[in-house]
Design a protein around this ligand. Structure first.
Ligand code: AMP
Length: 298
């Protein structure tokens, strides 16, 4: 596996693969890789001839008071995990190489999808995500790009961006990987104290309880979101930012639950902001739940 730090070298490597007719898979990450990322890389390696894992902590998607400077970084560990999972390249440019003229004058905004939920609490965040993903699509010209369902709003945004801007990439959603107690893996879990780590699985437990209501026939989104919030009101040390029920594809608010429905939560556990969700596929009385996979289980 190769480490590539320069955009020009990445383009050259991709051109060589394309010349041979190889299919390129892209897994965009901010590094500090865990088993959630590894699952994306493995799937990409199964489905593509050449897998690029980008490791780039993108300053554009962090607000001024957020953790850009302190975001955990471990490029040596990332290289080992990416290689073991089947990556061909880890692309880890520095900010100067990605944005040689300073902050870009061009910004990509996916109107509507970027505004609610995490977009409300983190103004500008999704414009930063959309802009860097557009750049990565331009650099890698991937046949497939792999995104985790853990970041459901990001997945919806990237899927729409790819369609709107006519990228020929197929955006592939991958299941959320969870700890045995249900906590979704996240690079930010590293920030949790021992006590906070014990509290954090309450987020997933609340999502499952609310999803059960829907499985048992509830179709009023207000009732489901009220239940979700009430469940959190019982948890000390858990400060809810949002707990909402939305259309999973458009992130639009709903009057009635049907189709692909997202139950999404953002909460602060101590000073750490965590997000999680489950997706329900509702077809009349039938409800299928996508809640992810427990780490290590088949
Ligand atoms: P990040 O490094 O946090 O920007 O995440 C990079 C990619 O990994 C995104 O597509 C995330 O949705 C995905 N990801 C992060 N955590 C998980 C997880 N627990 N399970 C599956 N995918 C994940």
């Amino acid at each position: 596996m190769k480490k590539i730090e320069r955009t020009a070298a990445l383009r050259a490597a991709i051109t060589a693969v394309r010349r041979e007719g190889g299919q390129v898979g892209l897994v965009p990450t901010m590094g500090f890789l865990h088993d959630g990322h590894v699952r994306l890389i493995r799937q990409a390696a199964d489905e593509c001839d050449f897998v690029v894992v980008s490791v780039f902590v993108n300053p554009l998607q962090f607000g001024p008071t957020e953790d850009y400077e302190t975001y955990p970084r471990d490029i040596e560990g990332d290289m080992m995990k990416a290689a073991a999972a089947g990556a061909d390249v880890v692309f880890c440019p520095d900010v100067q190489d990605m944005y040689p003229d300073g902050p870009p004058l061009t910004s990509v905004r996916v109107a509507g999808i970027s505004e609610p939920l995490c977009g409300a609490g983190r103004p500008g965040h999704f414009d930063g995500v959309a802009t860097v993903v557009t750049k990565l699509f331009g650099l890698c010209e991937p046949d497939r790009a792999y995104f985790g369902m853990k970041d459901a709003q990001q997945l919806a945004l990237v899927s729409r961006l790819a369609r709107d801007l006519s990228f020929r990439v197929q955006v592939v959603p991958c299941a959320t990987v969870r700890e045995p107690d249900g906590l979704a893996l996240s690079s930010r879990n590293k920030y949790l104290s021992e006590q906070e780590r014990k509290t954090a699985p309450a987020i997933y437990a609340a999502l499952l309880e609310a999803a059960e209501l829907v499985v048992h026939g509830e179709r009023d989104p207000r009732i489901v979101s009220i239940e979700l919030r009430q469940r959190f009101a019982r948890e000390q040390c858990l400060d809810i930012e949002y707990a909402e029920v939305r259309d999973a594809g458009t992130i639009a608010a709903l009057d009635h639950l049907s189709g692909d429905v997202l139950l999404a939560v953002a909460a602060r556990v101590g000073r750490t902001r965590l997000i999680d969700n489950v997706v329900l596929h509702i077809d009349g009385e039938k409800v299928e739940m996508e809640a992810g996979e427990i780490q290590g289980e088949p």
